[in-house]
Ligand binder design. Structure first.
Ligand code: PEP
Ligand code: MN
Length: 265
């Protein structure tokens, strides 16, 4: 069981330091699944910033189920994220899949995401543990809470104390109506077990944009420290995860609703 106080993860961004943790307002990370082109990423960044997000998310390296599906634009997408950061001052969250890309990703990202599929990639965890950028560690889709916490431990034990845990849905017996089962019970459970800040991702957690708002509100009611929400200017045309992406208008309304029940920075 947890000993001691909640820890906070402080992330410097061009717009100032952002604090993740139990004793801080809710931090919202928003943006498209994949970075597609400069206009869409800069436009989305401006919209999510205006709505209240503190970080822009966007994938450059995409862990797709099919090798024939869009794999992300790689380093050129990192350059577009840097342009969006420059234009808005938002911090950048982007996924690292391969240790070979660590220096390029760390140059652009303010927080390095380790995706669900790499939660068990211990050599990658050790490498992000041995560098300075904060790490967002998504829960593996079939990972127990102990396995997830031990994955976090790999990062901490390698010397990086700045880890945020992100629940993004797990596989259960029924995947027909929702892509995953968003396990909101991790909020009270993790609070009793760990000092680390917690993020909830209702976009991957449900896979359906119409279910995202209620799960985001529920996560706030259950005490989340932060949220990750996929937002795309034209979800029907998205290169990945369109069905679970909110339009900027819907995202804007959601942040307003969230602010009624929780303090969103
Ligand atoms: C993502 O954030 O776009 C992503 C691929 O997430 P996950 O690793 O949770 O599937
Ligand atoms: Mn996605």
């Amino acid at each position: 069981f947890r000993h001691g106080e909640a820890s906070e993860v402080v992330v410097p961004t061009p717009n100032g330091d952002v604090y993740f943790g139990e004793h801080h307002p809710i931090v919202v990370v928003a943006g498209p699944c994949s970075v597609e082109n400069e206009a869409m990423i800069v436009e989305t960044a401006k919209r999510v910033k205006a709505a209240g997000a503190k970080f822009l998310r966007g994938g450059a390296y995409k862990p797709r189920t099919s090798p024939y599906a869009f794999q992300g634009y790689g380093e050129s997408a990192l350059d577009l994220l840097a342009a969006a950061r420059e234009a808005t001052g938002l911090g950048i969250v982007t996924e690292l899949m391969d240790a070979a890309d660590l220096s390029a990703v760390a140059r652009t990202a303010d927080i390095i995401q380790i995706g669900a599929r790499n939660m068990h990639n211990f050599s990658l965890l050790k490498k992000v543990g041995a560098q300075d950028k904060p790490v967002l560690l998504k829960r593996g889709m079939s990972a127990t809470i102990d396995e997830w916490l031990m994955a976090a431990e790999y990062i901490l034990a390698s010397g990086n104390p700045n880890v945020i845990l992100c629940e993004r849905g797990i596989r259960t017996f029924d995947g027909k109506y929702a892509r995953n089962t968003l396990d909101l019970s991790v909020l009270p459970v993790l609070r009793s077990l760990t000092h680390l800040p917690i993020m909830i991702d209702p976009s991957h957690g449900t896979g359906r944009s119409e279910y995202v708002p209620s799960m985001a509100i529920a996560a706030i009611a259950a005490g989340t420290d932060s949220l990750m929400i996929e937002v795309h200017p034209n979800p029907a045309k998205a290169l990945s995860d369109g069905p679970q992406s909110l339009t900027p208008d819907k995202f804007d309304r959601l942040v307003q609703e969230m602010s009624i029940i929780g303090k969103v920075v």
